[in-house]
Design a protein around this ligand. Structure first.
Ligand code: TMP
Length: 308
C-alpha cells in the first residue's frame, strides 16, 4: 500500500523499537502518560512543517493550496503576478537536480518578490479571513487526532513554516474551530497598520531552504532595543536538553528545523508529495521514515506514543 511507511534499514529509524506498535494501536489503547515532572516545558517536542506536511497535497483531485497560495489580495493584478512567480519558481523548488546553493538563491528571490508584491498590492486582515474561508486547504487525515493526543500529553508542538504565520493561524481557527494550547506557529509574520493593512514583515524572511538559520527563533529570542536577537529565553521549550525530537517535513530543507537544538535522538518523518520517483532515493537517505501519497498522520500518532 502506498500509505505504508518506508523504513530504510540501516539508518537511525531501525534503532527504534517498532515492535508491538500496531498491536498497541489496533487494540485502541494508548500508552499511559509517561511520568515527567514539570509539564510541557519538560517534554520532548514535535517540530512540524505546515504546507504539504500538516496539510494535504491533493484535495478531491485538485492541488491543495499553501498558506501563500490561498491568499487573494483583493487585487487581481497582484494575485496574477504572485501566481506567475509560483508557476516559475515552484518547479525549481521541487526539482531534485538543482544544486542546493543555487536553489537557495532562487528561493530567496521568490520570497523577496512575493513579500514585496503583498506589501505593494495591499493586503488586509479581512482579506486573509475571506481567503481562508474560500481556500482549497485541508489538514491531512489524522492531524486532529495527533494534535489532540499531543495536547493530552502536554507535548509542545512547533509549527515551523516558510509560509505566512497569520494565515496558518487563521487556517487553524477556521478549519479546526479550536486552538491547541501546546501548539506555537513560527513563520513569516505580518505587521498591520491601524487600518488593518499590511505594511511590513517581522524579522528575517524564512524560506524553504533557510529554516536551519531560524531554528532558534522558535526558542523565543530576547531582542535588543534594535530588534536583533541577543539571547534566548532559557525557559523556552527548545533551550532545554532533550532526549528525543520528532521532526515532520515534506522538504529536505525541513531537516534544518532542529538545527541548534540539543537532543540525543531525532526521528525525521518525510512526506514525499511530488516527483516521487526521482526524489524517493534522496528522501530515503535524508529521512528516517518516508510516507507517500498524502498518507494519514495515524502512523505518526503511533510513533509519538512510543518515542516522545
Ligand atoms: P512550508 O515551509 O510550510 O512548507 O511553506 C512554504 C511553501 O509555500 C513552499 O512549498 C512554497 C509555497 N509558496 C507558495 O505557494 N507561494 C509563494 O508565493 C511562496 C513564496 C511560497
Amino acid at each position: 500500500s502506498p500509505c505504508i511507511p518506508v523504513l530504510p534499514s540501516g539508518n537511525s529509524a531501525s534503532r527504534w523499537r517498532f515492535d508491538g506498535f500496531h498491536d498497541h494501536v489496533a487494540a485502541g489503547c494508548r500508552r499511559p502518560r509517561p511520568e515527567v515532572a514539570g509539564g510541557e516545558e519538560d517534554r520532548n517536542p514535535v517540530i512540524a512543517d505546515f504546507d504539504g506536511t500538516l496539510t494535504r497535497y491533493w484535495i478531491d483531485g485538485r492541488r491543495g493550496q499553501t498558506s501563500h497560495g490561498l491568499l487573494q489580495q483583493g487585487n487581481a493584478e497582484y494575485d496574477a503576478k504572485r501566481q506567475a512567480l509560483y508557476e516559475y519558481y515552484h518547479p525549481l523548488e521541487i526539482s531534485p537536480t538543482i544544486p542546493i546553493e543555487e536553489k537557495t538563491k532562487l528561493m530567496e528571490e521568490w520570497w523577496e518578490k512575493t513579500h514585496g508584491l503583498l506589501i505593494e498590492g495591499g493586503v488586509t486582515y479581512d482579506a486573509i479571513k475571506k481567503s481562508v474561508s474560500e481556500a482549497t486547504i485541508a489538514f491531512r487525515d489524522g492531524v486532529v487526532e495527533l494534535f489532540e493526543f499531543l495536547e493530552e500529553l502536554d507535548v509542545p508542538v512547533l509549527v515551523f513554516s516558510a509560509g505566512l504565520a497569520d494565515i496558518i493561524e487563521e487556517v487553524f481557527r477556521q478549519k479546526l474551530h479550536r486552538s491547541f494550547k501546546n501548539v506555537k506557529v513560527v513563520s513569516n509574520r505580518m505587521v498591520f497598520d491601524d487600518k488593518g493593512c499590511l505594511v511590513a514583515f517581522k524579522g528575517k524572511t524564512i524560506h524553504v531552504l533557510n529554516k536551519n538559520e531560524h531554528a532558534l527563533d522558535m526558542a523565543a529570542p530576547i531582542r535588543d532595543k534594535f530588534g536583533y536577537p541577543n539571547g534566548y529565553n532559557p525557559d523556552s521549550v527548545l533551550m532545554k536538553q532533550r532526549t528525543n525530537v520528532l521532526l515532520l517535513g515534506d522538504h529536505v530543507g525541513d531537516l534544518g528545523m532542529s538545527d541548534g537544538l540539543s537532543y540525543e535522538n531525532r526521528i525525521a518523518v518525510g512526506f514525499l508529495n511530488n516527483n516521487t520517483e526521482m526524489s524517493f532515493k534522496s528522501y530515503l537517505d535524508a529521512f528516517d521514515v518516508v510516507y507517500l501519497n498524502d498518507a494519514s498522520m495515524r502512523g505518526v500518532v503511533e510513533l509519538v506514543s512510543q518515542f516522545i
